[in-house]
Design a protein around this ligand. Structure first.
Ligand SMILES: Nc1nc2c(ncn2[C@@H]2O[C@H](COP(=O)(O)OP(=O)(O)OP(=O)(O)O)[C@@H](O)[C@H]2O)c(=O)[nH]1
Ligand SMILES: [Mg+2]
Length: 300
């Protein structure tokens, strides 16, 4: 695997808040101290948001490896199925105290036994609605996905639909897709023949799990392959106010310019909505000046 340095994106709330208010002052629009405080608080809370990411999948698919590679963070395992008798908030609260700015949940897998699957389904029902995003990890070189397919379609899908939780399918260990010798060991990426088979596998996954292609992300956690695209997808499917937390917590090497831009835009969109509520009541023309500033800054 490539460098395992664990650098993080630096937050500079003061700069962002400063830019905003300087621009307003330049327009001759002074916000009141109370308005400044409210907007600054919104910027801080959006940039400091602690995302809750659930990592689901069978034993050995690479959940722990994925979290380590993406965030440089050991995952907090919810291996105790008795957890399902507790309130999900309790589970999440306990876990977040271990994690800092990110709550990662390694949820027990499926297909160990019928009884276990019933217990898992209860746990999933409690946990999934508490998450910001769900990563469903499957192993690229598995021949069949019948157990996962049944469990996902019958148990997980109704819950994520009801709670509107975004899900991304992570096809891990693509370096093991035939022909294995085709793997480009210098550049940590698939060779041309391997890529063809990966593409075919992605189409199979799309049909079996009935998910759009854009929500499938081929990676090799141990090789550091595909992680940048995965962060881009996570950022894309999170709501605006939750995007930034992910780029802040991911290793810098996994955060592309595109992901960072989209996450920053998420902060501004959130601030924009907050400003709308705060300023519109006070002085409507301040609000329109704020929009002008924000949209000028964030045109892509
Ligand atoms: N070749 C290859 N091996 C991988 C990759 N990702 C993970 N592995 C290996 O697969 C094995 C299982 O990975 P884990 O991360 O422990 O899997 P897990 O899903 O956390 O497993 P449980 O905790 O038992 O549920 C380990 O030996 C990893 O090194 C990958 O991208 N390529
Ligand atoms: Mg694990």
């Amino acid at each position: 695997m490539k460098s395992t340095k664990n650098k993080k994106i630096e937050i500079n709330v003061k700069d962002i808040a400063g830019d905003f208010f300087t621009h307003m002052a330049e327009q001759g629009l002074a916000a009141t101290p109370a308005q400044i405080r409210k907007i600054s608080e919104k910027i801080s809370s959006t940039m400091g948001y602690e995302p809750k990411v659930g990592v689901f999948g069978k034993t050995g698919v690479g959940k722990s490896s994925l979290c380590n590679a993406l965030f440089g963070r050991k995952i907090a395992k919810v291996s105790n199925v008795a957890a399902c008798t507790r309130k999900p908030q309790e589970v999440l609260l306990n876990l977040s105290s271990q994690g800092g700015g990110l709550t990662l949940l390694d949820v027990p897998g499926v297909g160990e036994s019928r009884e276990r699957d019933v217990e898992y389904s209860e746990l999933y029902e409690n946990l999934i609605p508490e998450l910001d995003i769900l990563l469903w990890v499957i192993k690229a070189d598995d021949r069949a996905y019948s157990v996962e397919e049944m469990f996902y379609n019958d148990i997980v899908l109704p819950i994520i639909k009801k709670s509107q939780i975004p899900v991304i399918f992570v096809l891990n260990q693509v370096d093991k897709i035939a022909p294995i010798r085709d793997w480009d060991i210098e550049n940590y990426r698939p060779g041309a023949k391997q890529q063809k088979n990966i593409d075919a596998k992605i189409l199979t996954i799309k049909d079996k799990f009935r998910i759009p292609l854009v929500k499938i992300c081929p990676i090799a956690a141990d090789e550091g392959y595909g992680l940048t695209s995965l962060v881009e997808k996570i950022v894309r499917y999170l709501p605006a106010e939750k995007k930034y937390g992910i780029v802040r917590e991911a290793r810098t090497q996994n955060v592309s310019k595109k992901a960072l831009n989209e996450a920053e835009k998420g902060v501004w969109d959130t601030v924009k909505s907050a400003a709308e509520k705060i300023f519109i009541k006070a002085i409507p023309y301040i609000a329109s000046a704020a929009w002008a500033f924000i949209s000028k800054r964030w045109i892509f």
